[in-house]
Design a protein. Structure first.
Length: 74
């Protein structure tokens, strides 16, 4: 785990992000005693066109008029 001051973090931010992304604990401490920890965010990937193919089906009559709306049709 590495602890760096806020001033140092501003200078080395890209490097600290890389360290955190690689799994290392990075703590940034301010002079007033507050501190934060950099942690990587897990991404789910990029959705691809057609990736849901076969995951759902649509009824043959999905666009048929509904009986509940018959009184409102002209």
């Amino acid at each position: 785990m590495s602890t760096v001051s806020l001033d140092e973090a501003l200078i080395r931010f890209a490097e600290l992000m890389t360290e955190a992304a690689d799994g290392e604990d990075v703590v940034i401490a301010a002079q007033d005693g507050t501190a934060v920890r950099l942690v990587p965010v897990q991404t789910k990937g990029i959705p691809r066109f057609g990736s849901a193919k076969g995951m759902f089906t649509m009824a043959d009559d999905f666009d048929a008029p509904l009986e509940d709306f018959e009184p409102y049709e002209r």
